[in-house]
Design a protein around this ligand. Structure first.
Ligand code: 17E
Ligand code: FE2
Length: 436
């Protein structure tokens, strides 16, 4: 018998939104067939048994240069963005190439084993050696066979915060950063903030790069750089290549202004990244009661058809002492913090950590489960996105570039002390639920 042309066949996969299962065949790193019942067997067979089989999770926003540094040299006691930046300034003075790569690699593995195969990282380039940038650009190359890293040159201390910073930002692009970042709300003056946005657009056009700006990450309802970013995106025609991250001040704008702004955002067609875990903890720190949640208007942006994706932002760093790299946790916080508890809203939050992330990262045709696309897919121990989100389900299989990269066994619980309980009902993590 001749060897099967299929390297791997996944049997009985349930795609997001699907009602019947399909078999998926993989060859040469690509998806080559999706059929209800594939007759031919593969060189390797994986029984999926009706579990959710999804395009990989996308991490739209994380700072890999600062991951796993919590407490170094001290903890953030005020819990504010600003104290975090001060602590990071001290920590980054001791950065080495090996230190950055080791921590970032650990985070990438955490992410990949939980189903993330695309990661956009910001890296601080307001530090003269650019050692973190070099470490992450090299890491981008060395991990490319199993995970895709996008690097944003992020001037943490402001483009105009000190005289050399604008040159460092440009140097970062020459060295190969994928996107230009910024932090207009942290510049000394409103005018410097506006000028920083103009500089970002100028650099993006000169070097043909994407844009992802930390924008209005503050509770100040007078921080209005989002309108500047949107106007520049509209006038330059860069639209979908532009992302506004955080935009937490938007949560505090008066509705009359927010309504006017929405119209501009619809015309500009930029992407949004909310970081719910971080936004809900860093923001609101100067409020008494009522206390703002500090997450941007995710629901309203989504209702207007604008592209919103979600990021973890931090894993144990000066801004956030927790974090696991799990994108379901991020989506769950969006569900809670943004009142996205309706059925279609929960599904939308799942889309925000998958498809919408792919749009933010400008991945184009390479993302998704379809014949002809690269075989990147993950399997959840769950039967729908809703089920996965509710139970923070385990990602049991991660298939990257056509190969099985990681396999994880879901936890198993056995009840021993109550013999009268029907344990067969308790065993399966796929407890049937009636979905309305
Ligand atoms: N830097 C910043 O300006 N904002 C953040 N949320 C983080 C770093 C994590
Ligand atoms: Fe950030």
């Amino acid at each position: 018998m001749s060897e099967s042309p299929f390297q791997l066949v996944l049997r009985q996969c349930l795609l997001p939104g699907g009602s019947t299962t399909v078999d998926i065949a993989i060859a040469g790193g690509d998806i080559v067939a999706i059929e209800e019942h594939l007759n031919q067997s593969g060189q390797q067979e994986l029984p999926i048994q009706g579990r959710l089989t999804s395009p990989p999770l996308v991490e739209s926003h994380v700072h890999l240069d600062s991951v796993l540094t919590v407490g170094q040299p001290r903890w953030n006691t005020s819990g504010t963005l600003f104290e975090g930046i001060d602590i990071w300034r001290d920590r980054k003075a001791t950065l080495t190439y090996a230190d950055v790569q080791a921590r970032a690699m650990q985070a990438l593995q955490l992410q990949a084993q939980q189903g993330v195969l695309w990661v956009r990282t910001h890296v601080d380039v307001s530090e003269p050696s650019l050692v973190a940038l070099q470490a992450l650009l090299d890491l981008r190359q060395s991990v490319r066979d199993w995970i895709t890293l996008q690097v944003v040159a992020f001037p943490q201390d402001g483009i105009y915060g000190s005289p050399g910073n604008v040159n460092l930002l440009e140097e970062a692009l020459k060295l190969g950063a994928d996107a230009v970042g910024g932090i207009p709300h942290y510049e000394f003056t409103r005018e410097d903030g506006v000028r920083s946005v103009e500089t970002i657009f100028h650099l993006a056009q000169t070097y043909d790069r994407l844009i992802d700006i930390h924008c209005d990450e503050i509770d100040d309802d007078h921080s209005r750089f989002l309108e500047v970013v949107a106007a520049c995106a509209l006038r330059s025609g860069l639209g979908k290549r532009v992302t506004a991250s955080h935009t937490t001040a938007f949560a505090g704008y008066n509705n009359a202004y927010a309504f006017k702004l929405m119209g501009l955002l619809e015309r500009a067609q930029i992407n949004f990244v909310a970081n719910p875990l971080i936004n809900i903890t860093l923001q609101g720190r100067t409020d008494s009661y009522p206390k703002r949640r500090g997450i941007t208007r995710v629901k309203e942006l989504w209702q207007r058809g604008l592209n919103v994706s979600l990021g973890h932002d931090c894993i144990q760093d000066p801004w956030y002492s927790l974090g696991t790299g799990n994108m379901l946790t991020v989506a769950a916080m969006a569900i809670h913090g943004c009142h996205m508890t309706g059925q279609s809203e929960i599904d939308a939050c799942y889309t925000m950590v998958t498809e919408n992330g792919a749009r933010t990262l400008n991945l184009g045709d390479q993302y998704g489960i379809a014949v002809g696309k690269p075989a990147n897919l993950i399997v959840f121990d769950a039967k729908s996105p809703y089920d996965a989100l509710r139970r923070t389900a385990t990602v049991t299989h991660v298939i990257s570039r056509g190969k099985l990269l990681v396999q994880t066994q879901p936890a198993q619980t056995s009840w021993l002390g109550l013999p009268s309980l029907d344990s067969s009902r308790m065993e399966s993590s796929l407890i049937p639920v009636t979905e309305a």
